[in-house]
Write a protein that binds this ligand. Structure first.
Ligand code: SF4
Length: 469
């Protein structure tokens, strides 16, 4: 059992909470502490995550080349058709442009790229440097749009403007400019848009299949495997089904206000949440077609027939192991906590980059007493916690992977870089198998720190989280 306690900056004390300790709220949705090396990404990255999967759009990063580091290889959003999104274009701003302005270079790049690739629309992302030198990206986009006849949208995503959540907001504002500009002919009464799914490893195709088997028409994917023209007519759909707590919720709210399209918040991870998502959508359309619920039940029953026995087998192997979760959006964490329960595993840490007060309240309700809940953590805190608690597996994204491996413990990629579908019933099967294979890998027996380990346990308490490092 780990006996060390972790040190935390005094300013971050309110951003850590131990479930069941009596502390009711957590401080969140604020700027990262300077010098604490947050795991959180910048505004530009938040916007890029949301918009990038729109596959027939041109994505042009207006800034130095480094901002465009998220290239096709580490973002797994797949497309069933065009793949323009996998090209990473940048204006590659250099010293000369930083001094004299880069609007000319931007306009030239835009015109050249649009002529060459004939996209259905273009997004131009503003980065820190573009914001600092005051380039009028909006004016350039308007000028080019007037000439080329496709939407050319400025995304106001200067990295310093806030945190990743502000990037989601910038992306929603950009998509909102497309919605309502297309023809809604042919959209029926049983129609939905899928929001907040990025089609990592082809997940949106799985989810679409479920909905289509239920008899629903999917008008637009926003944004995984997305198409500009579908998004332009998406206001004709009768329901927005929104996955993920942060990324596209703002867009759903705009669409409710402006086009009277209601929305439902869902999650496609884990058995209960996947099933409940289908039931919730079915309930919404029950008055239009009473058989839609029957079809949803049949999908769930068919899937569970094979999945449940497999899960029981894996549970026998994983019973009592421990997991830590550190993800971008908090909503995903709810489903992961439940998924680990199905595997007989105990979650001892849940953290997110962009959770809201409401998200963290809900997390407190679903996790066991003693679970540590963290907002906007840094690598030192995460590392200390994982080591101190002898966690068996960390679930996170690209920035958390090295922390786990350096500590000699298992890691499961649950972010945009993964190549394995984790949504839907198939995704739960994949997830369970991956967790088992990782946790049971014989390699961990060779980690000096873990030789002779006994059981996991936490020594992090509300008394220790206030200690300054
Ligand atoms: S913080 Fe600024 S400079 Fe860094 S990647 Fe984000 S936009 Fe680019």
């Amino acid at each position: 059992m780990g006996t060390d306690s972790i040190s935390v900056f005094a300013e971050r004390k309110g951003q850590i909470l131990v479930a069941g300790s009596g502390q009711e709220s957590i401080s969140c949705d604020k700027q990262s502490l300077s010098g604490a090396v947050s795991q959180r990404a910048c505004v530009f990255c938040g916007a890029r995550v949301v918009l990038y999967p729109i596959a027939d759009a041109l994505h042009l990063v207006h800034g130095p080349i480094g901002c465009a580091a998220y290239t096709w290889d580490i973002r797994g959003a797949l497309s069933s058709g065009p793949e323009l999104h996998r090209m990473s274009f940048s204006t590659d701003m250099r010293e000369r442009e930083v001094i004299f302005g880069a609007e000319k270079k931007l306009e030239q790049s835009l015109r050249e790229l649009i002529a060459k690739y004939q996209p259905r629309g273009a997004f131009v992302y503003s980065t820190c440097v573009a914001g600092v030198i005051g380039d009028d990206i909006e004016a350039v986009c308007k000028r080019v749009e007037a000439d080329v006849g496709i939407p050319v949208i400025a995304v106001q995503s200067e990295g310093f403007k806030g945190n990743k959540r502000a990037g989601y907001s910038a992306a929603c504002k950009a998509i909102d400019r497309l919605v309502g500009t297309g023809d809604t002919t042919g959209i029926g009464p049983l129609s939905i848009n899928i929001l907040g799914d990025f089609n990592l490893a082809g997940e949106i195709w799985l989810i679409r299949q479920y909905y289509e088997k239920m008899g629903l028409q999917v008008v637009a994917n926003v944004t995984g495997d997305g198409r500009i023209d579908d998004i332009r007519r998406s206001h004709g759909a009768k329901l927005n089904v929104v996955q993920c707590s942060g990324a596209t919720m703002e867009l759903a709210k705009y669409m409710k206000e402006k086009h009277d399209v209601p929305f439902l918040r869902v999650s496609y991870f884990g058995i209960e949440d996947m099933a409940e998502s289908l039931y919730a959508v079915a309930r919404h359309f029950q008055d239009v077609d009473w058989q839609v619920m029957e079809r949803a039940r049949k999908i769930v029953a068919d899937e569970l027939k094979t999945l449940v026995p497999e899960m029981k087998e894996l549970k026998k192997r994983l019973q009592g192991k421990t997991a830590a979760i550190y993800v971008g959006g908090a909503f995903k964490a709810f489903s992961l906590i439940k998924a680990f329960r199905h595997l007989g595993m105990k979650v001892t840490l849940v953290g997110s980059q962009t959770g809201t007060e409401e998200d963290y309240r809900e997390i407190q309700q679903v996790c066991d007493p003693g679970t540590v809940i963290v907002d906007d953590a840094n690598p030192l805190e995460l590392g200390a916690f994982l080591r101190d608690n002898d966690v068996d597996i960390l679930v996170g994204g690209v920035k958390e992977r090295p922390i786990a491996y350096k500590l000699g413990l298992g890691f499961c990629d649950h972010n945009h870089e993964r190549k394995l579908a984790l949504e839907g019933f198939l995704g739960m099967r994949n997830f369970a198998k991956e967790v088992a294979a990782t946790v049971e890998s014989p390699i961990w027996k060779l980690v000096p720190r873990r030789i002779g380990r006994t059981t996991a346990g936490t020594s992090l308490t509300t008394e220790t989280v206030g200690k300054e490092s």
